[in-house]
Ligand binder design. Structure first.
Ligand SMILES: NC(=O)c1ccc[n+]([C@@H]2O[C@H](COP(=O)([O-])OP(=O)(O)OC[C@H]3O[C@@H](n4cnc5c(N)ncnc54)[C@H](OP(=O)(O)O)[C@@H]3O)[C@@H](O)[C@H]2O)c1
Length: 252
């Protein structure tokens, strides 16, 4: 895609990867609407010059209101990024994890579907555009401390594939961003020294997104070992390695 001419809505751009990509799209010349729940961070984004909209992707009415606002102010919207996500550790030996599982499904999977449903008719009607979904290396190589997270990201991968097939011929393309571990805060960097730096990751993503045609999957170098572990025969060994992280769960 031409990253310099787009009108982009990013649901989940108040912080982290979403905000980093919003800044890069804007720096390249695109117009960006930043969405999320935290009003203080939305105000910060507005002060940087972004259009902003409040949206809670777990609430269908909120998503529809956000869609109406975005399309009223930006009728030429051509790109939707479903970035909103939560990442919650769960101990499956304790049924009390269910609340976290529900929140994870409602945000990461159903939230993605709500946002796509809200904007797909507009993109089809204008005869073209791009939906960027967001999964994770964990969609392809489980990280056992975050089971429902992994399940939702694998589900969004499958959903993205089906969406691409269903939208074939409409001009609307679907691209799946597959981040590896990315240090979005100093605490993340300390907790996982192997996580990619946010700036390096975002730069690599924009280079890949800028290809024509837009790749079906945005795979930075650092995620390819996860994405292709099964094909490469490293899957069992890597899952065993990653299971050592179960010690991070309280009580283990
Ligand atoms: N960082 C990583 O290592 C990594 C790796 C793989 C994939 N990812 C994925 O990348 C995406 C961004 O994560 P991040 O690491 O940048 O974390 P982050 O800084 O916590 O960003 C998460 C974003 O999602 C939004 N969000 C959460 N719940 C929402 C809701 N109910 N409604 C609307 N927005 C909601 C947050 O905005 P508000 O709180 O303001 O609503 C925030 O803007 C997520 O989908 C995550 O799963 C991250």
């Amino acid at each position: 895609m031409d990253i310099s001419t787009r009108t982009v809505f990013i649901a989940g751009a108040t912080s982290g990867i979403g905000l980093a990509l919003a800044r890069r799209f804007a720096a390249a010349g695109s117009t960006v609407v930043v969405g999320g729940r935290r009003t203080d961070l939305l105000a910060g984004a507005a002060a940087e010059g972004f259009a902003t909209v409040t949206v809670d992707v777990t609430d269908g009415d909120s998503v529809d209101r956000a869609r109406d606002t975005v399309l009223r102010d930006h009728p030429g919207l051509d790109t939707v990024v479903t970035m909103s996500g939560v990442m919650i550790p769960e101990d499956l030996r304790d049924p009390a994890h269910f609340g976290a599982a529900r929140q994870t499904v409602d945000t990461n999977l159903l939230g993605t579907i709500r946002v796509i449903d809200a904007f797909t008719p507009h993109l089809i009607a204008r005869g073209g555009g791009t939906v960027v979904t967001v999964t994770s290396g964990i969609a392809f190589l489980p990280f056992p401390p975050m089971p429902t997270y992994a399940a939702t990201k694998a589900a969004v991968h499958a959903y993205s594939e089906a969406l691409r097939a269903q939208l074939d011929g409409t001009g609307v393309e679907v691209s799946e961003l597959v981040p590896p571990a990315v240090a979005v805060t100093p605490e993340h960097a300390r907790a996982n020294p192997r996580a990619l730096g946010l700036d390096a990751f975002a730069d690599e993503v924009m280079d890949l997104l800028g290809a024509d045609p837009t790749p079906h999957e945005i795979l930075v170098e650092g995620v390819r070992m996860h994405r292709w572990a099964e094909r490469d025969g490293t899957y069992d060994e890597l899952v065993a390695q990653r299971s050592q992280a179960l010690s991070m769960l309280p009580g283990r």
